[in-house]
Design a protein around this ligand. Structure first.
Ligand code: CA
Length: 490
């Protein structure tokens, strides 16, 4: 055999081995891309799951996932109510920076407005990186075509576009049909028919069960596609209206308060749905490599049966009960079981975290306020030492505001006195430490003030009157919001 031939054989072998190597690497990369199941509940109280200590409400299936995953005791969302919280989740930015700090109007159609399309959602990033993507449940981010889930990174959508829905859609859609028949146009979105990819559907099941059923259906479709998948399962439970199935109510004869009892039954239906999905993932051998995130879009409503104990106040508040929510992540292949993570994490962190996990690319020029928290979860360290998490709720003529940094939180409500809490030791915000640490308080206030300069004027208001008030009161009046008592640092 001549030199040349031997040389070719060597090159051939080398090329062949390289092929095998890259094939192996590629196959590896393919199997390690996890599926992502994000389960978002609506107005679920911090204390209303077994894994956070609920005694009267039963969530056995969620508890098992939490115990075998990582639970987060300081998980925050971007806003203490629905629309802005979700706008933050999908854009990875504080809703105030994109004019989305109010809920969209409740009338069906919402006047052709929605979260600005220039803000690429992380669902689009996952879709672009090869994921099969689905949204099931509540949307609340705009109803016109350009704001529809199918236009914002979701291959599949089943659910409703408005801020909430009746739980017995077979009954409510009859009422809706009667109003349409009578020529009404501005119909309450809660009774509009559900839809699948833009077409109305006739739904007859209890809503929470229907959403769980559709989640399973999506997972089957995704498996057939052979792509990794991302499912955003946004239960509207246990958001009002408080409506539960008789069989679920019957589980809670020991709860005297009628609202609490119905609320508990609604949470039970979520737990049953999650069990059904987990069973299906196991049956189809996808459970181990599916990252499951569970949390709520804001705190529970104390006047509607929820409990955020030991946190103070609830939905709508910048006290901890308004925007610190129950949360766990379960991922058998990627995370050690049975951990509790105490450092602050934020819903804005999901954008970069899931993008990196999916091997996706953040669009050029896209600004993000959160960070990839996976390394910190794995190491058990804080993801943001020395950095603040902000929250702001506009009200008539003033803004409630707070910043959490490490163990500290500065908060001002209703233009009252600034208060400072050690929310790690004192999550119920009972002991004001502002007099002991005036410099720390001033520093946190300065941080919030600087943050507020990045805000944009609201693009819409939930109700017209809010818009009139905003103009009349010359909002946002941040100079008043961030004032400290004179001489406080002397
Ligand atoms: Ca909500």
């Amino acid at each position: 055999m001549g030199m040349v031939n031997r040389h070719f054989i060597r090159i051939f072998w080398y090329a062949y081995l390289m092929c095998l190597f890259f094939q192996a690497v590629y196959a590896e990369a393919k199997v390690t891309k996890p599926n992502i199941l994000m389960i978002l509940t609506d107005d679920l109280g911090y204390a209303d799951v077994g894994f956070n200590g609920a005694k009267d409400i039963k969530t056995p299936n969620l508890d098992v996932l939490a115990q075998n995953g990582v639970t987060f005791t300081s998980a925050y969302v971007a806003h203490p109510f629905c629309g802005p919280s979700r706008a933050g989740l999908f854009t990875g930015r504080y809703p105030h920076k994109i004019g989305s700090q109010y809920n969209l109007p409740t009338v069906k159609g919402a006047g052709g407005i929605g979260v600005p399309v220039e803000e690429t959602y992380f669902s689009r990033v996952l879709q672009d990186s090869g994921y099969f993507t689905g949204a099931v449940g509540k949307w609340h981010l705009g109803e016109a075509r350009q704001y529809h889930p199918n236009s914002r990174g979701f291959d599949e959508f089943f659910g409703f576009l408005n801020g909430g829905h009746d739980y017995f859609p077979d009954q409510s859609s009859k009422r809706y049909a009667a109003l349409v028949e009578a020529g009404r146009t501005n119909i309450y979105g809660y009774i509009a028919p559900l839809e699948y990819n833009g077409s109305p559907v006739q739904e007859t099941e209890y809503l929470t069960d229907a959403l769980s059923r559709e989640a399973v259906k999506f997972i089957d479709k995704a498996k057939a596609s052979t792509q990794p998948w991302f499912l955003y399962l946004a239960y509207n439970a246990p958001h009002t209206p408080l409506q539960a199935k008789e069989e679920d109510l019957a589980v809670f004869p020991h709860i005297q308060d009628a609202k609490r009892r119905t609320y508990a039954a609604m949470v039970l239906a979520v737990d049953r749905g999650v069990a059904r999905i987990v069973d299906h993932l196991k049956k189809t051998h996808q459970f181990e490599n599916t990252l499951i995130i569970f949390f709520s879009d804001n705190g529970g409503r104390l006047d509607q049966g929820a409990s955020n104990s030991p946190l103070s106040e609830g939905k709508g508040s910048v006290m901890e009960g308004g925007y610190r929510t129950p949360m766990f992540i379960h991922w058998a292949e990627g995370l050690e079981r049975g951990q509790s993570y105490r450092h602050p994490v934020h819903a804005l962190d999901f954008y970069p975290t899931l993008t990196n996990l999916a091997g996706g690319q953040v669009p050029e020029g896209k600004q993000l306020d959160g960070k990839d928290i996976l390394p910190a979860i794995l190491s058990g360290e804080s993801a943001r030492p020395g950095e603040s998490i902000f929250v702001m709720r506009h009200r008539k003529g003033l803004s409630d505001v707070a910043a959490r940094r490490d163990r500290w939180k500065a908060v001002r409500v209703a233009n009252g006195a600034w208060r400072l809490f050690d929310v790690e030791e004192d999550p119920g915000e009972t002991t004001d430490l502002s007099e002991q640490y005036p410099k720390l308080l001033a520093d946190l206030v300065a941080d919030m003030d600087a943050w507020s300069w990045s805000h944009e004027h609201p693009r819409w208001f939930h109700i017209q009157k809010e818009g009139f008030d905003w103009r009349e009161d010359n909002m946002p009046r941040f100079h008043e919001t961030f004032e400290l008592p004179t001489g406080s640092l002397d």
